[in-house]
Structures are given as structure tokens and as C-alpha cells.
Design a binder for this molecule. Structure first.
Ligand code: ATP
Ligand code: MG
Length: 549
């Protein structure tokens, strides 16, 4: 075995063998979202797997909207899903909709009836469930199980033609009511639902169940490897049975474990609750584990792909530490983000010996990690904003920032020494006063002075005001779904802190959505979509250091 082969995950291993044994010339996979919500990090793992396989091996991947449930699906979700997959960096060969197969699926159902493999049942879904039996008791045959083929054909057609009310009849596969696999005990494959569908409108009032649509759609598209999550293992037997009885393309189902991330929830149903009940601003709230939320938060496509690669594919469900995701995005942003200065909680710094009204432009590197990004000039003047926490009235030991008599370097500018400070009537420090050393300019420092600390600043006369959104984890417990009670009781009340009046260097007034920034000493930030010319809004992507563990 070559080294490349030995590092394959178990699904890649299967495919590699299938190609080697010439079972297939090339493969076809699909990503089959139900358009009932926005994609989240769990989906990202499935996307990276399905699309990644056909980057590694010859073949192609379809995007298939599994839109067989008319009541929960919306066009908005379809559009967001397409955008997210593309943004992640993947291309589908075909865009398909399971609803486009409704005619074929209907014909398939008729074929099953013809061959005595399906029947129309008048029991309610509750009655069917009650007659199913359990692992130790066999189920009870439906009294309608032995309807003639002719009667079944005409009843099924009448179902299609809207002759019956919702819930009054179903079509069931005729398998075995004492089968050890409960899903094989005459499962429902069609139900009546007089509902509008986002694509087929009011054409249909019967809809196929998941098990009857999914595998059949795979066959229609000649999917070779149909990959889903572990909860579908018991469905595999039905998947194979239906394909066999319909004599259609033998797609094969493989399962891998769901990926869950701590301090969040990855279930569309739960995320929808957060949206509907206004715990967050919307599906793309930067605290959401959705792809669109993470994009708005400043995550890069690479960082999400890298995260999915590192957590890999397995057969056992596990909880992945969000710290790994943060590690991945830091790694990317460190390489690509522009270094800028912003003061989040400002206090005024006056340089007493700097001439009033003078300004100068100091050269600073855009990104020390990538000299090709060049330099820019930042304005400097007598009055600056610095971070309140960079001055201490009563400095602790080994304090390297500003305090009376202490020296620091202003980043890309001069060394200064604090000479005084002013307080308001309540005793709050409101201004720091310092002198600067003209011969200590960065890049041409001949002063011989040594300053241990470097602090960031912006020139008050040139600065722009910005709103800064600081984000923390959305939940205060590792696994909100496992806690007793409502998962929403475990939302972190401090997941968003808004700073209204931060000061940013003038350069940042030209920021565009999708530009990545490192605010020196503060973290990585990105411009929010709700920004206006007057008030740019920056979202914290992640801090510079892992301060969680
Ligand atoms: P949810 O429970 O959030 O609604 P789902 O599985 O019902 O998720 P689908 O739209 O049916 O969502 O999923 C599309 C694909 O994404 C499926 O193949 C599914 O297995 C996969 N997927 C969904 N969640 C995860 C996850 N947490 N980890 C890995 N794959 C996932
Ligand atoms: Mg689903």
C-alpha cells in the first residue's frame, strides 16, 4: 500500500477498492440537503466529504434538494444552500430536485403495486404505529394488506387525484410484519397531503416518504456511493429492498458519524427556534454555527474546510472542540489579514511636546507575514486615542504599558513617557499626558531608549468612529442538547457585547465586506453587512490567543 492510500478514511478506502477492482470507472456522489433551513457546520462536514471524494477520485457530485416534504421547504433556503456550497469552494455537476422525480416516483409506486409489493392501507398513522409491534413482538397485518392489485391500482390513482382527505389512506410496501427490522414492517411509502409545494405547486396531493424518495433519487442519478449519517443504518435494508424490487440502478448506501461541536447546537430544527424566537438576529447571525453566520463572523472558507479535514470521518459520534475551529481560522487570518489599529475603549492621550496642529504620516506594514502586501501611511498628531486598559494609575509589578513615569512605544511611531494624567470629579482618569522623543521614530530610531511595551493608538483628529460587536459562545454549556430542560435556557447572556464608539484609523473607512483585518493586539475583525458609510460595524471573528482553555 502506498503512503497516500494508507491515509485514506474508511469511505475513501471503499471507493479506492471499488475503482481498483473495476467495479466502477468513476464515481458519482451527491449532497442531499432538505431545504428547510440554512446549512450548518455539520453539513459542512458532509459537503467536504461528498465533494472532496470526487476531487480525490474520478467522478462528479450532484447537489440534490431533498424537497419531498411540502410544508417546511422554501426557496430562500434553496438559494442560501447554493450560495454556501459555492462559498465553501465546491462545484456541483448537476442541480437536481427530488420533486422533479415525482412523476417517476409515482410510476415506481405503480410498478410495486403491479408486482404485489405495495398496497393501499386505510389505517391511520397511529393505528399503523400501534400495529407495528416491537423488537420482541411481531407486528399485525393490516386488514387491507390483501387488497387485489386492481383495487390498489385504482385506489392509488384516486389518492393522486385528490379523492381522499389527508391521513385517510397511505401506500405501504408489502414486506413482512414480523421482520426483525421494524422499518421493514410494511413501511409507509406515500401519504396524502393537500399542501402547496415550493416547486410543484398544487400539482400533487400525495407525497413520497423519505425512504421511498431518497434511494430512488440516488438510482435515477446513478449515484454510486450514497453517503449519509449513522442514523440511517437501519434504513439501508429498505433502501436495498426497494432498489431490488424496482430493478433500478443499484446505488449503495454508506454511513458516517455526525459531527457535533461544543457550545452550540447543530440541528436545523433548533437553529430555527433561535431564529423564530429572536434569540439571534437571523440565520446568519455571527453567533450561529451556520455557514452564513460564520461567513458574516469572518470565518474563511479555507478555515472551515481545514476544520472538516482535521476532524475527519468516523463511525462514532463525537463532540468536537470549537477551539479547533478557532485555531483553524486564526491560522488562515494570520496569513491573510491586514494589520490595522482600532481603539475599542478609548482614553485621550496628549503629547505635550508635539506641536499643536502638526500632523505626519508614518509608514507601517500591512502584513508582516506577507511583505508583498506592502505598507501604508498612518496619520499621527498631538492628540491620540489609546486603549483605556493600557494606562494604569496603580501599575502592578511587571507592568509594561503606560503609567506615570513609564515609557512605551506607540506602534509604528515614537517612544513616549507618561508625565501626568487628569481625572474627572468622580475620580476616573480622563486624559493621559506624555512627552515624545523625536529621535525615537520607528525605522529610524537613534534615541538609544528602550521601551518594553508597544501599544496601539489612533490619531484623534483623523480617526473615524465605528461600532464593534464582540462575540462570545452562544451557549454557556458544552452540550446544550444534553441538558435537562429547554436547550435555550443555556444561552450565554453575554454572547454579544456592542461597543458603540470605538475609534478606527481612517484607512478602515474604506473596508469592504469580506476584507479580513487584524486589529492589533485585539483580534481578527470583519466588516458587517449592516454597516453604513457613517457607521461601519466590525464583528469580532476570534481573539488573537486561545483564551478559552
Ligand atoms: P438537521 O438535523 O440539522 O436538520 P439533517 O440531517 O436533517 O440535519 P439534511 O438537510 O437532511 O439535514 O442533511 C443533508 C446532509 O448533511 C445529509 O446527508 C446529512 O447526513 C448531512 N448532515 C447533517 N448534519 C450533519 C452533521 N452534524 N454531521 C455530518 N453530516 C451531517
Ligand atoms: Mg433531515
Amino acid at each position: 500500500m502506498s503512503e497516500k492510500e494508507s491515509s485514506l478514511n474508511f469511505i475513501e478506502e471503499i471507493i479506492s477498492n471499488d475503482l481498483e477492482s473495476k467495479k466502477y470507472e468513476s464515481i458519482i456522489t451527491r449532497f442531499p440537503p432538505e431545504p428547510n433551513g440554512y446549512l450548518h457546520l455539520g453539513h459542512a462536514s458532509s459537503i467536504c466529504l461528498n465533494f472532496g471524494l470526487t476531487k480525490t477520485f474520478p467522478g462528479s457530485t450532484n447537489l440534490r434538494f431533498d424537497d419531498t416534504n411540502p410544508t417546511t421547504e422554501e426557496t430562500e433556503y434553496v438559494e442560501s444552500i447554493k450560495k454556501d456550497i459555492q462559498w465553501l469552494g465546491f462545484e456541483w455537476k448537476n442541480e437536481f430536485y427530488a420533486s422533479d422525480y415525482f412523476d417517476t416516483l409515482y410510476d415506481y409506486a405503480v410498478k410495486l403495486i403491479h408486482n404485489n409489493y405495495a398496497y393501499v392501507c386505510d389505517l391511520t398513522s397511529d393505528e399503523i404505529a400501534n400495529q407495528k409491534g416491537n423488537h420482541t413482538t411481531p407486528g399485525v397485518n393490516s386488514p387491507y394488506r390483501n387488497r387485489s392489485i386492481e383495487e390498489n391500482l385504482s385506489l392509488f390513482e384516486a389518492m393522486k387525484n385528490g379523492k381522499f382527505e389527508d391521513g385517510t389512506k397511505t401506500l405501504r410496501a408489502k414486506i413482512d410484519m414480523s421482520h426483525p427490522n421494524l422499518l421493514m414492517r410494511d413501511p409507509i411509502i406515500y401519504r396524502i397531503k393537500h399542501a402547496h409545494h415550493h416547486r410543484t405547486g398544487n400539482k400533487w396531493c400525495i407525497y413520497p416518504m423519505y425512504d421511498f424518495a431518497h434511494g430512488q433519487s440516488d438510482s435515477i442519478e446513478n449515484i454510486t456511493h450514497s453517503i449519509c449519517t449513522m442514523e440511517f443504518i437501519p434504513h439501508r435494508e429498505l433502501y436495498d429492498w426497494l432498489i431490488e424490487k424496482l430493478e433500478i440502478y443499484p446505488s449503495k448506501q454508506y454511513e458516517f458519524a455526525r459531527r457535533n461541536i461544543n457550545y452550540t447546537v447543530t440541528s436545523k430544527r433548533k437553529l430555527l427556534q433561535l431564529v423564530n424566537e429572536k434569540f439571534v438576529e437571523g440565520w446568519d447571525d455571527p453567533r450561529m454555527p451556520t455557514i452564513s453566520g460564520m461567513r458574516r463572523r469572518g470565518y474563511t472558507p479555507w478555515s472551515i474546510r481545514e476544520f472538516c479535514k482535521r476532524i475527519g470521518i468516523g463511525k462514532r459520534e463525537n463532540m468536537v472542540d470549537v477551539g479547533l475551529l478557532e485555531f483553524c481560522v486564526r491560522e488562515d487570518l494570520n496569513k491573510i489579514s491586514k494589520r490595522v489599529m482600532a481603539v475599542l475603549e478609548p482614553i485621550k492621550l496628549t503629547i505635550e511636546n508635539y506641536p499643536e496642529g502638526q500632523e505626519e504620516f508614518l509608514t507601517t506594514e500591512n502584513n508582516p507575514e506577507n511583505p508583498e502586501e506592502g505598507t501604508r501611511n498612518i496619520p499621527f498628531s498631538k492628540t491620540l486615542w489609546i486603549e483605556r486598559e493600557d494606562f494604569a494609575e496603580f501599575p502592578e509589578k511587571k507592568w509594561f504599558r503606560l503609567a506615570l513615569g513609564a515609557m512605551v512605544r506607540l506602534k509604528s511611531a515614537y517612544i513616549i513617557e507618561c508625565t501626568d494624567f487628569k481625572k474627572d470629579n468622580d475620580g476616573n482618569v480622563i486624559e493621559v499626558i506624555a512627552k515624545y522623543f523625536p529621535d525615537s521614530k520607528s525605522g529610524s530610531d537613534t534615541s538609544g531608549l528602550k521601551a518594553k511595551g508597544v501599544i496601539h493608538w489612533v490619531s484623534a483628529a483623523h480617526a473615524k468612529t465605528a461600532q464593534i460587536n464582540l462575540y462570545d459562545r452562544l451557549f454557556r454549556v458544552e452540550d446544550p442538547s444534553q441538558e435537562e430542560g429547554d436547550f435555550k435556557d443555556f444561552i450565554n447572556p453575554n454572547s454579544l457585547t456592542v461597543i458603540q464608539n470605538a475609534y478606527i484609523e481612517p484607512e478602515l473607512a474604506h473596508a469592504k465586506i469580506g476584507d479580513y483585518f487584524q486589529f492589533l493586539r485585539k483580534g481578527y475583525f470583519v466588516l458587517d453587512k449592516n454597516s453604513s458609510i457613517d457607521t461601519p460595524i466590525f464583528n469580532l471573528t476570534v481573539g488573537l490567543k486561545d483564551n478559552w482553555k
